[in-house]
Each structure stands twice: as structure tokens, then as C-alpha cells.
Design a protein around this ligand. Structure first.
Ligand code: IVH
Length: 676
């Protein structure tokens, strides 16, 4: 076939895809089956792979998902809608409880009760009631901001419009799941791929009359903002919800002990197929609201809840090849290219092999027949090898001793904590000296949690890299837009949009900036700590000049590993260049001063010894909530040393020498007006 014909064929396929997308996302109509749709997408991707000259802005390799419809008003959630961490095994559950007990400093036998609520696979919504009347309803959106879909939600019979119960709070956001039952879905099968899509499509109809035609259901399970809720625990809340007229899951239970959670999980899993709604796991929540409050949140998920997912899907396939991918931190990750196989509705053609040790342990080889597992949103992995089916001439896989991208030596670092060599082999070059690491660093830089440049995804990074348009983060802000406009798949409008998104991010917070640099061991939480510590970009940039690396270890939460990694970062000339260049282009906001109205404002604390019924992590949260700071060593900067049982003698002596106030747990709690 001539290039011209190939191009024509390709354009035709893209045109069809755009058409089906529009029908689906704007009209909620599936004209082709999910399978046919995936086939079409794959055909396009395969063509692009084979003929490098094929490109289109509408290609599925560039467009991920779809732009949210602009027809619904965006509204901030008064209390964010969070997500849940996942557990896949008994071990994950035991760890979940262990972390809770550690945080609460209860090391002995616990008797924490949990609600176990089957996790319906639908679309979450938040309904605001004011004086018993349904005022508005929002979709989850990105968790912080949802779409106002009140009129659509109002068509759902299960959602009460007026609640007259005396004990119904004056104001409350009732949260739950909108879904479609399996039997109702059977009637709509032609139009949607699965019940979840049907619910989501229906909820986002522009005309509420269209929503009404689809039998949506609502099950309530939590709340957001509230004023006047007089309830102490989740189980009681679930019961109240049904008294108030909401539907709740009939399989909700109150359970104590992980062993019993597992028993319940197995029972529900057996019933799963017979239920008239899709569930993908069970959500466990610490029942007691007072404990929930103490436990709080990590990142965007509560410490007091977890989703225990149902078992994964498995399938047999064959390893065609083993690729080595190089990550942002230089880690070499082996990936098995397998014969494409459908696992639970998803076409899988790659499976991670984790690291060198995993390959040797399982003796995984090219040509092997393997069991591939896909669980939830995690990357599929190889579960086991069927040795009987191994071809006679197969050879052991030899892990590269040199980086496949830059040729530098690969190394296994010694972990000073575990006193073992790392399982991961890394490229020994420093960041931007290795092309593959650079690309990954750039992907990280533009990613959601860092600079979050709209429309600048991983595929764009790769394509701009190939075209030599970007090598370092600063290049993103100096793009040759005239050249991009002439590229296949780009036009005036898309370039304008890109320019706008990039310029929009020239103003950035110090914490996002630090996170965006992708320094090893500096994740979101650490970037936040560093940003608070440095206060301004200049202070951060001048760290090597002031050479105060050791002071960093005083930041509570920053340890030796992080300090070494920061030192490494600053000792690389290319990193310094990136910092300088970005400093010239960007306007990096100083870290916002913390709320200075707490009773511990301007005071620093350090804990030594074991406290009674309260963990280090919880004390730290309490100090920070009340505007205080924690430090990790005794110095002149310390105001209070809190001592518990068996304190470190040296710390107490040092504190005495420096005339630092030494207090016990009760004295500390009094400072908060929180006597235990
Ligand atoms: S609680 C902070 N309870 O799961 C607690 N969520 O991954 C957040 N879900 O977006 C939610 N059943 O769509 C909660 N009984 C249940 C749930 C449930 C289903 C969904 C919900 C949420 C997602 C979290």
C-alpha cells in the first residue's frame, strides 16, 4: 500500500473514532460494542507504530479520556470527596489495622469495630440538604470541585426531596452512590458497555428528562459538611440514613476483628453473582467517629477506611519479549511483552516483572507460558510460570549491566536500613545525563500533582522529545509554537490552548515546584515539608551556597535518605542549571505562612520516650493542627521537650543544659486545652 493510501485509511479510522466518541460522550449512545471500539483504537495505534509518519491530534495515543462537558456548572465541595486506599489481601488488611493501632498507640489486643459496606461500582454524588430540603446535588468531579447535576439527581426516586425527621441535621451533604441495577441494565445493554457507564452517562445527560428514562438508584453511605449531626458512629449513621428515608446497602454489617472481616468478605464474594447490583469489593470504616477524627487523613484518603477489593482476574498468555523500562529515578523495570489477552474486559499486552530479583526468583524467560493477573487499577503482573510448557531452547534472562538508554553502569544500592542490597537495579548516571531518565523527569514535571499542565500529557512529552523540542523543564516554557503549529495533528487552536495552559503554570507554589523537580525520595509530603522549611525559592536554590544540608535533618519527617538525595541533586551541574533557568522564567510563590491562630503558634516541640495512649504521629498532627512545629533534635531552636516513659537520657540532659522547658504528656495536653 502506498503511503498516501495508508494515510487515507488512517484518517478514516480517526474520523470514525471521533464520531463514536462524540456520540458516546455527548449523546451517551454506543453505536458499536466495547470490543469493536477497542479494536478500532488498537488498529489506529498499530498503524501509528508501524508507520511513524501517521499522526493526528485525535489519536488515542494523544487524547486520553475526554474533556468534561462544559454544560454543568462547577461547584466546590465544602468538604472534599476523598478516595480510598485499596487492600487486596489479608496481609494488606492486617497492615491497615496495624497502622491504625500504631497511630492510636494501642499496641495490645484491639477491639476496633468496623462497618463493612459492600462497595457498589457506580458514580458517587453529594446531596446538600438545608433545613430538610434537597438544595443541590454535585458529582464527585476531581474530589475538590464537582459538577452541579441537581436537576438530574432530582429525577432519582431513591433521593428524598424533603425530610421532616426531627433529628435530621440543619445542614448536611449526604453522600452515596448512583448506580443502575443489573436487571435494569439488561434492558439498556445495547447502549452501554456496563452498568457503571450507563449510570454515569445517564447522570450527565443535558436534559433531565433523558436521565429520568434510565432507572437510576441511590444508596447513601457517608456525609460531607454537616451542622447538627448528633451521631457517634458510622453504623448508627447508616441506620439513621434509612430512618430518614434513604436507601442503604442491605449487606452493611458491624464487625470487630480482621479475621471476622475476612469471613464476611468470603461470604459476600460468594453471593456477589446473585446480587442485583455490581460490587467490586467491601469498604471498611472504623466505626467510632471520635477515632476517625483522631486518625485523620493521609494525602487524599482517610487513615480510618479501606476498600478490600475482590479477587483479581487471571489469564494465561505467553511472553514474547522482555523490555527494560527506565524510570524517573533511574530504576530499571523489566516489563514482559505478552501475547495480547483479554483479562476481565481489558486487553492486556504488558505485565510488569518488578525487578531483577523477581525475574531470577521466578526464573521468568522469553517464550514462557505464564499466568497474568490484573487486580483493580494496578499494573498487571506475572503470577507464575508453567515450567512444563517451557520451550527446550529457552535461555535464562540476563539483566543488563549497562543502562540500555545511556550505557552507564547499572548498580544495586546498599540499603543502610535493611542492611541489604536493593532489589532494584538503577542507572548510575545523574538525571538529565540519561535520555530515558530525562523523559521520565519531564513527564513527572508536567504531571497532575506537579505543574499539572493541561493537555501536556506523557504522549506529548514523548513526541516533543523526539522532535528535539524539549530536553529540560525550562524548554517547556520556551516552545517553538510556530513549528508546533505546522506539525501533523496540530493547528492554530490547539497550539493556542497549549500556550495558554503552559503560561498559566508560570505561577506556581514552592511545594509543587519542589515536587515537580522529581528529586528522588521527595514526594508530595516531603516537598510540602521542604517548602515550609525554605519558605522561598531563593532560600531553596541557595542551599548549596549555604551548605546547610545537615539542618535539613531537623525537619521532622526528613531523614538521612532524603538529605542524601537532596545533596545528590544539588551536586549535579545540570540540575543547578535547570533551577537557575526555571527561576528566571517562573514566578514561584513563597510557601504560605501557616495559620497562625493556634495555641502553639511559634512553638517547637520534640517528643522523647513512650507516651500513654497517643502515638508520635498523632502528637505531631495535634501540634501542627494548633500551629506548632515539631523538630527532630534538641537544639537552641527547641522550646519544649515532651517526655514520656523511658526518655532518651541524652536528650533530657541536653535540654536541661540549654534551659529548654521539659514537660510531660498532661502538661502538653493542657497547652491545647485538651486534658485527657
Ligand atoms: S466512603 C472517605 N463508602 O468508593 C470515604 N465509598 O474509592 C470515601 N464507594 O468515590 C467514600 N461504596 O464512589 C464509601 N460504602 C461506601 C462506598 C464507597 C462505594 C465508592 C465511592 C468512592 C469510592 C472510593
Amino acid at each position: 500500500m502506498s503511503n498516501e493510501l495508508i494515510q487515507k485509511e488512517y484518517k478514516k479510522k480517526i474520523k470514525s473514532l471521533v464520531y463514536y466518541n462524540q456520540r458516546y460522550y455527548n449523546g451517551n449512545i454506543s453505536e458499536i460494542s466495547d470490543f469493536e471500539y477497542d479494536e478500532l483504537k488498537n488498529e489506529i495505534l498499530n498503524l501509528e507504530k508501524k508507520y511513524k509518519f501517521l499522526k493526528s491530534k485525535d489519536s488515542p495515543s494523544i487524547k486520553v479520556g475526554f474533556k468534561p462537558s462544559k454544560t454543568f456548572k462547577k461547584v466546590l465541595h465544602k468538604v472534599p470527596m476523598l478516595s480510598l486506599a485499596n487492600a487486596f489481601s489479608e496481609e494488606d488488611l492486617f497492615n491497615f489495622e496495624k497502622k491504625i493501632l500504631n497511630f492510636l498507640s494501642q499496641t495490645t489486643n484491639s477491639n476496633i469495630s468496623y462497618t463493612a459496606e459492600p462497595k457498589i461500582d457506580g458514580i458517587s454524588a453529594s446531596l446538600t440538604y438545608l433545613n430538610g430540603k434537597l438544595k443541590s446535588g454535585l458529582s464527585r468531579g476531581d474530589g475538590k470541585e464537582g459538577e452541579d447535576i441537581t436537576s438530574n439527581l432530582s429525577t432519582i426516586k431513591d433521593i428524598p426531596k424533603i425530610i421532616s425527621s426531627k433529628d435530621f441535621p440543619k445542614e448536611i451533604d449526604i453522600r452515596g452512590e448512583v448506580f443502575i441495577s443489573k436487571s435494569d441494565f439488561d434492558i439498556l445493554k445495547e447502549k452501554f458497555a456496563n452498568p457503571r457507564n450507563a449510570a454515569s452517562g445517564s447522570l450527565r445527560q443535558k436534559n433531565p428528562d433523558d436521565t429520568k428514562k434510565i432507572p437510576l438508584k441511590f444508596i447513601a453511605y457517608t456525609f460531607g459538611f454537616e451542622k447538627g449531626l448528633k451521631i457517634n458512629n458510622q453504623y448508627e449513621y447508616l441506620n439513621k440514613l434509612s430512618e430518614w428515608g434513604f436507601k442503604t446497602n442491605p449487606l452493611n454489617r458491624l464487625i470487630t476483628g480482621i479475621k471476622n472481616l475476612i469471613k464476611n468478605y468470603n461470604e459476600v464474594e460468594k453471593k456477589r453473582a446473585d446480587l442485583d447490583f455490581d460490587i467490586d469489593g467491601i469498604v471498611y470504616k472504623v466505626n467510632d467517629f471520635a477515632l476517625q477524627k483522631r486518625l485523620g487523613f493521609v494525602a487524599n484518603a482517610p487513615r480510618w477506611a479501606i476498600a478490600h477489593k475482590f479477587s483479581s482476574n487471571k489469564a494465561v498468555s505467553e511472553i514474547i519479549d522482555i523490555d527494560i523500562q527506565i524510570g524517573r529515578t533511574g530504576a530499571l523495570t523489566p516489563v514482559a511483552k505478552i501475547k495480547p489477552i483479554n483479562i476481565g474486559g481489558v486487553l492486556v499486552s504488558n505485565a510488569t516483572l518488578h525487578n531483577e530479583d523477581e525475574i531470577s526468583r521466578k526464573d521468568i524467560r522469553v517464550g514462557d507460558t505464564v499466568i497474568v493477573e490484573r487486580a483493580g487499577d494496578v499494573i498487571p503482573h506475572i503470577l507464575s510460570v508453567d515450567i512444563k510448557k517451557r520451550p527446550k531452547n529457552s535461555k535464562k534472562f540476563i539483566f543488563p549491566k549497562n543502562c540500555p538508554s545511556c550505557g552507564s553502569k547499572t548498580i544495586k544500592e546498599f540499603n543502610s536500613i535493611t542492611k541489604k542490597k536493593d532489589a532494584v537495579r538503577r542507572c548510575s548516571s545523574e538525571g538529565y545525563d540519561c535520555d530515558k531518565i530525562s523523559i521520565e523527569k519531564l513527564k513527572h514535571f508536567v504531571s497532575k500533582e506537579a505543574f499539572n499542565i493541561d493537555g501536556f500529557g506523557k504522549k506529548i512529552v514523548e513526541s516533543f522529545w523526539k522532535l528535539n523540542l524539549i530536553r529540560f523543564p525550562q524548554d517547556i516554557f520556551k516552545l517553538d509554537y510556530d513549528r508546533i503549529e505546522k506539525l501533523d495533528g496540530w493547528g492554530k487552536l490547539s497550539v493556542e490552548n497549549l500556550k495558554y495552559s503552559i503560561n498559566d503554570k508560570k505561577k506556581i507554589s514552592l511545594e509543587k515546584f519542589i515536587y515537580g523537580l522529581g528529586i528522588r525520595h521527595i514526594g508530595l509530603e516531603n516537598a510540602k515539608l521542604l517548602s515550609k522549611y525554605f519558605g522561598s525559592f531563593l532560600n531553596f536554590k541557595d542551599l548549596p551556597i549555604n551548605n546547610k544540608y545537615n539542618d535539613l535533618a531537623n525537619i521532622d519527617g526528613i531523614g538521612e535518605t532524603q538529605v542524601n538525595s537532596i545533596k545528590n541533586f544539588f551536586s549535579n551541574r545540570l540540575n543547578l542549571k535547570v533551577l537557575n533557568e526555571l527561576g528566571k522564567i517562573l514566578s514561584i510563590n513563597n510557601a504560605t505562612a501557616k495559620i497562625k491562630n493556634g495555641s502553639l503558634n511559634n512553638k517547637t516541640f520534640l517528643v522523647t520516650g513512650k507516651l500513654d495512649g497517643i502515638s508520635r504521629a498523632e502528637i505531631k498532627s495535634l501540634i501542627e493542627e494548633n500551629s506548632g512545629t515539631t523538630v527532630s533534635s534538641v537544639s537552641k531552636k527547641l522550646n519544649y521537650l515532651i517526655i514520656g516513659d523511658k526518655p532518651t537520657k541524652r536528650k533530657v540532659l541536653n535540654a536541661k543544659d540549654l534551659n529548654i522547658k521539659i514537660i510531660d504528656q498532661n502538661q502538653f495536653l493542657k497547652m491545647l486545652d485538651k486534658t485527657s
